[in-house]
Design a protein. Sequence first.
Length: 165
Amino acid sequence: MAAADLSTHPGHLARRLQQAHYLLWNAMVSEETTSPQFAVLNALVAEPGLDQRTVGERVGLDRSTVAEVIGRLIRRGLLDKVRDPQDGRRFLLHLTDDGLRVHRRLAVRAARMSQVFLAPLSGEEQTVFFDLIRRVADAAEELRHPAEPPAGRGADGGEPRRALA
C-alpha cells in the first residue's frame, strides 16, 4: 500500500493550522493566557453574567474543558462567580477589573496576530476561508452533538422504544 498524501487529509491540515496558531498566539498575544481562556473572557465581555454551560456553548468548549478554563481564570483573579439569585444551583460569571484589563490588552494583540496569520490570503480569500471553515466546524459540531429527538420519541423520531421484559 502506498503512503497517503497527507496534504489531502483535512485532519492533518487542521492540526498544522492549529500548531501555527498556537505558535503565533504564544509569540504575539500571550504565553500566560491561552486562546481558549481569551475566548471565555471575550464571551463574558460580550455577555456578562453567563453561566458556565452557556459560556462553553458560546466558545465551543466541552463541559470539562470550560470548567478547567474557568477555574484557572478564577484562580488568576480574572473572573468572579456569583450565585444566580433566580436559581441557587447556578453560578454567573463576571470579569474582574483585572480580567477586563487583560481582555483589552489581548484583544489588540489577537487582532494583530490574526492579520499575520491570514496574511497569505487576499481579503476575498479570507472571506471564503472563514465561510468554509465555519461550515466544516458547524458540521463537526453537529456530529458531536446530534439534535435530540423530541421528548417521548425514539432516536429515529418514531415511537418510543420499549424495554424488553
